[in-house]
Design a protein around this ligand. Structure first.
Ligand SMILES: [Zn+2]
Length: 186
């Protein structure tokens, strides 16, 4: 998480922009949902303000600990962890990762072990010692148009955002009713 946070902060600095407070910046993590260390993505969202909920954060699914940050009207920047840093992380964080492997949740790992990794080493590094970066010109991205229109499902009469409604016999139906998805399954 701290590494994702710093990657996001570095990307903001490289684009010379502030943390997103509205809807004008897009972050892309190159990780996928299948990759462990998904807290990298939480860190990116926390520092850039590009959150999943607002549709400003996308997982590209490449399986890389890298991210892109894009503000329309500016260039995009790609920030990736350097191999040298990742290799050093395994050495410096050996005790932390060993405890994780043994099944300990991060918050159950003693503060001493975390401090040794974070305060004594990682947080003292310069961005350049952790990341590589590349400015990308002519970045193409079309954000998904979000709809604020809600209509009632003719079966359960709950309000549903228009793009997710299905049409059957001229009636608007929510997906759970249309597909018959039971409540106890998603
Ligand atoms: Zn319904």
């Amino acid at each position: 998480m701290p590494i994702g946070f710093l990657a996001g902060q570095y990307a903001l600095e490289l684009l010379e922009i502030d943390k997103e407070m509205n809807h004008q910046t897009y972050a892309f993590s190159e990780m996928s949902q299948k990759d462990s260390n998904g807290c990298f993505n939480d860190g990116i969202q926390a520092s850039t303000g590009c959150t999943y909920g607002k549709g400003l954060m996308t997982l590209l699914g490449y399986g890389k600990l890298s991210m892109l940050l894009y503000r329309p009207g500016k260039d995009a920047v790609r920030v990736s962890l350097s191999n040298e840093f990742l290799d050093a992380l395994l050495v410096k964080g050996a005790e932390f990762f060993q405890q994780r492997k043994a099944g300990k949740e991060p918050s159950d790992i003693p503060g001493r072990v975390v401090d040794q990794l974070l305060s004594d080493w990682l947080l003292k590094l310069e961005y350049k010692e952790m990341f590589r970066h590349e400015i990308i010109q002519g970045f193409h991205f079309k954000p998904v148009r979000q709809s604020g229109v809600r209509k009632k499902c003719s079966e359960c009469s709950e309000y549903v955002y228009e793009p997710d409604l299905k049409v059957s016999n001229d009636k608007l139906i929510c997906k759970p009713d249309y597909y018959g998805i039971p409540r106890n399954s998603v």
